[in-house]
Design a binder for this molecule. Structure first.
Ligand SMILES: C[S@@+](CC[C@H](N)C(=O)[O-])C[C@H]1O[C@@H](n2cnc3c(N)ncnc32)[C@H](O)[C@@H]1O
Length: 220
């Protein structure tokens, strides 16, 4: 299944690697993780002020793969409605997406995440970024939290199909996940108004967590 898209994955990894990304291990992860699998059966394309649902079954496999391997953020849920459920274009706020791969790996690089680190990700979404982290660090070092139970279920299924088995938690990521602490880094793929205390407490000793525009926190 993933063999079909191997060349597209390699091309995306090469494109990202030719930019500002320095760490070849993150490039290798992009070259390995089948993003089409995490996009499921539908996504939303912006159309003026509307979100237009695009279905895999309608556009066909070739176009679907082209979309999957574009270095683009694809919105997968608008106001809680999944792209596969929408009967026509929607207005509203995106509530879940698959972040553009270059930003996923750039964030992880800027966070200084290296082999052997233990990472807590907040906002599993489709599970794509979770898979990228697992590819490098191994399942045992990755915990991801998603508060939408349907998205969490779908991400779990996609991760399983892709061969990854991180610790997946359904709940409010603002509480972190104490049972898996301590972590070397906390990566948030969702917006937060402030850094929750739980994240600070669940980071390993070694300094205060500090934020960056990219959305990561780790001890200094
Ligand atoms: C940008 S999307 C995730 C992108 C994802 N990492 C990927 O690569 O597909 C952000 C996700 O965070 C989830 N989310 C938002 N606030 C959350 C919270 N407080 N706790 C857990 N998940 C949250 C949303 O439901 C959404 O699925």
């Amino acid at each position: 299944m993933t063999g079909d898209t191997a060349s597209l994955r390699r091309a995306l990894a090469a494109k990202i690697g030719g930019g500002s990304l320095k760490d070849p291990a993150w490039r290798a992860a992009v070259g390995s993780v089948p993003r089409e699998l995490f996009l499921g059966a539908g996504l939303f394309r912006p159309h003026g002020s509307l979100w237009e649902p695009v279905r895999r079954a309608t556009v066909g496999e070739e176009e679907w793969h082209r979309l999957a391997y574009a270095d683009t953020t694809w919105v997968t849920q608008v106001e809680g409605v999944d792209a596969t459920e929408a009967v026509g274009p929607l207005t509203g706020r995106p509530t879940s997406s698959s972040t553009l791969p270059s930003l996923v790996v750039r964030t992880l690089e800027v966070a200084g995440i290296h082999d052997g680190d233990k990472v807590l990700e907040i906002g599993t979404g489709t599970g794509y970024s979770t898979a990228v982290i697992c590819h490098r660090l191994g399942d045992a070092n990755v915990t991801s939290v998603e508060y939408d139970s349907r998205l969490a279920e779908s991400a779990a299924a996609s991760l399983h199909t892709a061969g990854y088995a991180p610790t997946l938690v359904t709940g409010d990521g603002l509480h972190g996940y104490r049972d898996g602490a301590e972590y070397d880094a906390v990566v948030a793929t969702c917006a937060v108004r402030h850094i929750p205390r739980s994240w600070r407490w669940q980071l390993r000793d070694g300094g205060s967590p500090h934020p960056s525009a990219a959305g990561w926190w780790r001890p200094a």
